[in-house]
Design a protein around this ligand. Structure first.
Ligand SMILES: NC(=O)c1ccc[n+]([C@@H]2O[C@H](COP(=O)([O-])OP(=O)(O)OC[C@H]3O[C@@H](n4cnc5c(N)ncnc54)[C@H](O)[C@@H]3O)[C@@H](O)[C@H]2O)c1
Length: 203
């Protein structure tokens, strides 16, 4: 897969991070499916996203037509099947609870196209363990956005033990293209350094 092939992105979890990440991708022009387990949670996520965009609008950092176009690119869904169908990239942003993430990564593997990259916004859980719940560990990586994603243009691409160089390179390229007004820094080495020092399980 190349960057030109990436068009549809699923964000799973419409909480603090998921809604913000959905906005980042939608403002960059991607078609976004935003999934959560209930309609009210999705409404809450979209409301947070509108408030975040209002800050950018008030600041003159986002033209009004781009703000409404971004919202129109986001499809809220309670069906994980519909969210995963045909996507090239999935970003998981559910609570920091490993058993939940492992169960979901197994489902993502069954529901997403074979070539789709599966990523987690986890702050510290093992990407290698999440990858092990799938049959495509080379396509699994950490994609760790900082909070709040609409204001902090920093993404950490964290490699698991089996993440391929091609996956890492594509994610770095994709992240560098996310923001026109800010520079996006993508860090792979940080996770490796922490892992080497034995102070983090995010490897
Ligand atoms: N909040 C932060 O400052 C921050 C910063 C960076 C990374 N993170 C990481 O991002 C991830 C999400 O954190 P958050 O603060 O956004 O959590 P949150 O609790 O605000 O949101 C999580 C959302 O996931 C949804 N969810 C739970 N189970 C689900 C399922 N089976 N399918 C779909 N949606 C489901 C919940 O309903 C909720 O809306 C965590 O791994 C966290 O460690 C958080």
């Amino acid at each position: 897969m190349t960057l030109d092939d990436v068009n549809s992105i699923a964000i799973v979890g419409a909480g603090t991070m998921g809604a913000g990440i959905a906005g980042v991708f939608a403002r960059a022009g991607y078609q976004v499916r935003l999934a959560d387990v209930g309609e009210s949670l999705l409404r809450g996520g979209l409301e947070r996203l509108r408030r975040a965009q209002q800050i950018l609008l008030d600041d003159g950092a986002l033209p009004p037509d781009e703000a409404s176009a971004a919202l129109a690119r986001i499809r809220p869904l309670t069906s994980l099947e519909a969210a995963c169908d045909g996507v090239q990239l999935l970003v998981e942003a559910v609570p920091e609870h490993l058993p939940l993430k492992l169960e979901l990564f197994a489902r993502f593997d069954r529901l997403c196209p074979r070539e789709a990259m599966l990523t987690s916004n986890s702050s510290g859980l093992s990407i290698t363990k999440m990858a092990g719940a799938t049959g495509r560990p080379e396509l699994v990586a950490g994609l760790h956005f900082w909070n709040p994603p609409h204001l902090i243009p920093l993404v950490e691409v964290a490699k698991g033990q089996c993440t391929s160089e091609a996956t890492t390179a594509l994610l770095l390229e994709l992240c560098r293209g996310l923001s026109r007004s800010h520079e996006v820094s993508c860090i792979v080495q940080a996770a490796r350094r922490r892992a080497a020092a034995g102070v983090s399980s995010a490897k």
